[in-house]
Write a protein that binds this ligand. Sequence first.
Ligand SMILES: NC(=O)C1=CN([C@@H]2O[C@H](COP(=O)(O)OP(=O)(O)OC[C@H]3O[C@@H](n4cnc5c(N)ncnc54)[C@H](OP(=O)(O)O)[C@@H]3O)[C@@H](O)[C@H]2O)C=CC1
Ligand SMILES: O=C(O)C1=N[C@H](C(=O)O)C[C@H](O)C1
Length: 269
Amino acid sequence: MSDMGLVVVGAAGRMGLALVRAVHEAEGARIVGAVERKGSPALGKDIGELAGLGPSGVAVGDDPLAAFATADGVLDFTAPAASVEFAGYAAQARIVHVLGTTGLSAEDNARIEAAARHATIVKSGNMSLGVNLLALLVEQAARALEAKDFDIEVLEMHHRHKVDAPSGTALLLGEAAAVGRGISLSGNDVRVRDGHTGPRQTGSIGFATLRGGSVPGDHSVILAGNGETITLAHHAQDRAIFARGAVKAALWARGRKPGLYSMRDVLGF
Ligand SMILES: NC(=O)C1=CN([C@@H]2O[C@H](COP(=O)(O)OP(=O)(O)OC[C@H]3O[C@@H](n4cnc5c(N)ncnc54)[C@H](OP(=O)(O)O)[C@@H]3O)[C@@H](O)[C@H]2O)C=CC1
Ligand SMILES: O=C(O)C1=N[C@H](C(=O)O)C[C@H](O)C1
């Protein structure tokens, strides 16, 4: 089979450049397009040069539909409104859409689900191997430790540029804890605490957010009981872990029927 042709959207962003480097290093995939928004200073520049790889022959453009028409898949770590639009274009082109953007609303998710009738979409708040394994462990721990005995809190820290909170990963880990507990996260989540909050509600899942510096992504799930705490944690040291996961997801999705898949489907756990 020929190499999978991939378009990177948001190609000049932090994750965009990491994705270009990950595709360059991967076997079985190549970059066929790079897209940024109209007016971006990156337009017209060679994406290989921008990523520090040398000339690639692929210039950054601002026409996603034209780029998708020549591709087998798209790698998308951009912004919610853009990702919803790209999911629609991926459906029109009947291609793979690897979607890592976080901060999606319920309405965004409904539109992405609709696009997945025709596109093969792999979507996850975190594409790294480590976090997806962590989610499995959190689910098991939450199942093993009863809500009356152990409170669950999710703590995350990210770089100063991050615009959404709680992080997609924190929500993914909260969902895993909720699955383990046999409850829905929605309605049991406590995303912010301020002022006179009253005592903690048994069975709730709390979130706390820190922002600063250049931290690529730190997450801890704390199970706090009487006299002991258990902390399950993941520390990202390099965005390459997310980018490698995204390329793996694209290669896994190639040739699969349209639908909405998760990173746990890709990794088999
Ligand atoms: N699932 C995962 O594993 C991970 C997810 N993420 C998520 O990925 C997203 C991006 O993060 P990051 O790379 O740090 O952010 P950046 O802001 O560095 O990159 C986003 C890029 O997308 C571009 N963009 C936005 N809208 C459009 C559009 N309509 N068309 C084309 N390009 C567009 C931005 O351009 P401009 O600057 O002009 O707006 C920017 O270049 C976030 O939601 C983040 O949470 C990040 C890491 C891992
Ligand atoms: O914005 C980021 O940087 C990251 N976003 C994702 C999230 O919201 O969890 C994944 C990773 O932690 C980095």
